[in-house]
Design a protein around this ligand. Structure first.
Ligand code: NAD
Length: 433
């Protein structure tokens, strides 16, 4: 069988992982991005993102010339059997998904298409976008060429993107063209996972409903955490006890600073927006978002409880990325907490194992430290904002001795309250007595 030729448009977390993994499965992949610096970096072996295991796969497939990077749609589209759209779909001013990058991408695809092709949309897009993309392409085709659109939402998680792509729980494909969906399904056959083929709108909705459900679980346990706190129960044990129930399970039941990142916040907002403009009342989704903001405010209140006014107090933040094993800081809980602290006049310093260079761009007024120990030195309080493994193994006595006041607010419940108190810390977790 002829090796399939794939164009991937957008070389971010999703596009780079998708392109690289498809190349590793034996396809010929050309990734295209409008970001010249990113493409130049990749062509000289530098990855634009931190993602465990990805670098080795990129370098190996790039050397084998199965994986190419370009800024030219002409080059990437020449000979392509499939083009995957993996561009960003950020939040617009009212929470709606901003489709300007998908629009530009669809136009470029139309302008450079030379033969029949399957357009596969991997970006998370509002319900109905598949038909809209088909219209954009039709309008910008210089001459009629047949094409099909397939929705193929992506479920990978940053921090384990390669693993998730190669060992997915399921692949979802939506199309009105069953042959096009079958062709895309064949690309995924080596992964030996369930493949659900449905219509485009349903496929698009599966992505939003999945993310909203996971965010809801976290907000649910955070609401339970607040109740635990008031009533003297321990939310960690409560979640453990709940999770043994097979109908519930243990995943996504960690109380803490709440959900963040490049997907959950924008996707829950976009779903709520879509619902509202179509006359639905997304009350649950609104509560899920509000509880999430409350978690950040609670941390600041816990600091006030210990320190009084935060004006000119030094607060050390451990962890900046929205979760461990990634340098992604988009909508990271740490950023909201830092802004709240700065509004009250606190002086913030921070340490993150990998996100320092990203943080330097978006938090210019935060002192970035080279280690957790450096961040803690002389601080009035320390806040754990991301549960990086290395924070679980710190020399806590050294930390305590170097702080001006041994106040710890553990926004991820990584330490045991009794041990922290024995060590002499004034310690508060989330939802723990
Ligand atoms: P990203 O911001 O990391 O990357 C997007 C890339 O697209 C950027 O490199 C940008 O330069 C490029 N781009 C923008 N316009 C372009 C154009 N016209 N042509 C070519 N390239 C263009 O985004 P991401 O995190 O990879 O997310 C991509 C999509 O996948 C989003 O819709 C997101 O919601 C969805 N998604 C993301 C994740 C995740 O964990 N990051 C998981 C599942 C789904």
């Amino acid at each position: 069988m002829r090796v399939k030729s794939i164009c991937v448009a957008g070389i971010g977390y999703v596009g780079l992982t998708t392109g690289t993994c498809f190349a590793d499965l034996g396809n010929r992949v050309c990734c295209v991005d409008v970001d010249r610096a990113k493409v130049q970096g990749l062509n000289s072996g530098e990855l634009p993102i931190y993602e465990p295991g990805l670098e080795e796969l990129v370098l190996r497939n790039h050397r084998a010339e199965r994986l190419l990077f370009t800024t030219s749609y002409e080059e990437a589209m020449a000979d392509a059997d499939f083009v995957f759209i993996a561009v960003n779909t950020p939040s617009g001013a009212n929470g709606e998904a901003d489709l300007r990058y998908v629009n530009a991408c669809a136009r470029s695809i139309a302008e450079t298409m030379t033969k029949p092709i399957v357009i596969v949309n991997k970006s998370t897009v509002p319900i109905g976008t598949g038909d809209w993309v088909a219209n954009v392409v039709t309008q910008h085709l210089p001459e009629p060429i047949p094409f099909s659109v397939v929705s193929n939402p992506e479920f990978l998680r940053e921090g384990s993107a390669v693993h998730d792509f190669l060992q997915p729980d399921r692949v979802v494909l939506g199309s009105s063209d069953s042959e096009a969906a079958a062709q895309v399904a064949r690309l995924y056959l080596p992964l030996r996972c369930p493949i659900l083929i449905t219509d485009i709108r349903t496929a698009e909705m599966i992505k939003y409903a999945s993310n909203a459900f996971l965010a809801t679980r976290i907000s649910f346990i955070n609401e339970i955490a607040s109740i635990c706190q008031s009533l003297g129960a321990d939310v960690k044990e409560v979640a453990l006890g709940m999770g043994y129930d097979k109908r519930i399970g243990h995943a996504f039941l960690d109380a803490g600073l709440g959900w963040g990142g490049s997907c959950f916040p924008k996707d829950v907002r976009a779903l709520a927006h879509m619902a509202a403009i179509h006359g639905c009342h997304p009350q649950l989704l609104r509560a899920v978002m509000e509880i999430n903001h409350d978690q950040r405010r609670q941390v600041v209140q816990k600091l006030r409880d210990q320190l009084g006014s935060l004006y000119q107090k030094v607060v050390a933040i451990l962890g900046l990325s929205f979760k461990p094993n990634t340098d992604d800081m988009r909508d990271a809980p740490s950023v909201e907490v830092i802004r709240l602290l700065q509004t009250e006049g606190a002086m913030v310093r921070a340490y993150d194992p990998v996100a320092a260079s990203v943080a330097a761009k978006i938090l210019p007024d935060v002192e970035l430290c080279a280690s957790a120990y450096e961040a803690a030195r002389g601080a009035d309080a320390l806040v754990v904002a991301t549960e990086w493994n290395e924070f679980k193994h710190l020399d806590l006595e050294k930390i305590r001795d170097s702080m001006r006041r041994p106040v710890v607010v553990d926004g991820r419940n990584i330490y045991e309250p009794s041990i922290m108190r024995q060590l002499g810390f004034t310690y508060q977790g989330i939802g723990r007595p």
